[in-house]
Design a protein around this ligand. Structure first.
Ligand code: SF4
Length: 290
């Protein structure tokens, strides 16, 4: 497979060599388990069945899941094995299924879903750094997009993720996601069954970027597109970028929150307790898989 799945467009044959993400053709997964800590319309009361794929096409310097995003820890899975796991998650009573940083394995995921498609909302949890052309393969398959919106300036995109085009790409991606899903729809349990929910993680020293991103959401995306404002940043992964070596202060959080409220954006505000390393799941251990 000559891989141009993501905006890095490496053009390498992943059966022979690796590109930016360092992944071969074999699907690698670091965790398949119930997950209770996503936003209420994703996790509900009983949880989302979360499939954490190994590797990442963005690899942020501060990633809280560095063992899987930078170091590609995980277990090999076939599409048949993934399909069987999806069935088990459904039998366990999950309220949705989440595919997390899944883009490098999109063809294998489509194969798995052709073998077994759970009767649950399927969520595509993404860094937002996606090619619209690639996402079109998911139209009519994925019910809910859960993209990040991370950086506004090309300087921060370059510094944090070697992606100076991050905002240019993600702004087109989010519009494509909203086009595919339309306005949010919720079921009687409050679970989003269709729609796009945008996540923004506030970064220390960079609240100015947050304000610009939220204003862009308000001005560009369909009214009613919810935003999840996250304050859980902890300087993980040995990050050495000046300003990113500490947590977000209460004053910084309030500045961004107040802007979101002033814009009247619907969505979710994260509790301060969420900035706790105990919320990072255990990856790549026997107990990480259902
Ligand atoms: S998925 Fe990996 S190999 Fe393919 S284009 Fe993206 S970074 Fe390159």
């Amino acid at each position: 497979m000559i891989c141009t799945l993501c905006p890095r467009r490496c053009g390498v044959d992943r059966s022979q060599q690796t590109g930016f993400c360092g992944l071969g053709e074999q699907m690698l997964i670091a965790r398949i388990a119930p997950h209770l800590w996503e936003e209420p319309p994703i996790s509900g009361q009983r949880g989302t069945g979360a499939v954490f794929f190994s590797g990442c096409t963005l690899r942020c310097a501060y990633c809280q899941n560095g063992d899987i995003s930078h170091r590609n820890q995980g277990q090999p899975f076939t599409p048949r094995q993934l399909a069987d796991s999806l069935r088990r998650l459904e039998e366990m009573g999950m309220q949705s299924i989440s595919f997390i940083t899944a883009t490098p394995f999109l063809p294998q995921i489509l194969e798995a879903l052709a073998l077994y498609r759970p009767a649950l909302p399927l969520v595509w949890n993404s860094s937002g750094y996606e090619r619209a052309e690639t996402l079109r393969h998911l139209e009519g398959v994925i019910d809910v997009y859960l993209p990040d919106l991370k950086h506004y300036s090309s300087r921060m995109g370059a510094l944090c993720a070697k992606a100076p085009d991050y905002f240019e790409v993600a702004s087109a991606t989010l519009q494509e996601m909203c086009r595919q899903t339309g306005d949010p729809i919720y079921n009687e349990e409050g679970i989003m069954t269709r729609g796009t929910l945008i996540r923004h993680l506030i970064l220390p020293s960079l609240t100015g970027e947050s304000l610009k991103l939220l204003t862009w959401v308000k001005d560009t995306l369909p009214p009613g597109t919810p935003v999840s404002l996250m304050r859980q940043y902890i300087p993980y992964n040995g990050v050495s970028i000046p300003g990113l070596d500490r947590r977000v202060t209460e004053k910084e959080y309030r500045r961004v929150r107040d802007h979101m409220l002033a814009l009247d954006l619907p969505g979710f505000l994260q509790e301060p307790e969420a900035a706790d390393p105990n919320f990072v799941p255990v990856f790549n251990q026997p107990e990480s898989f259902v």
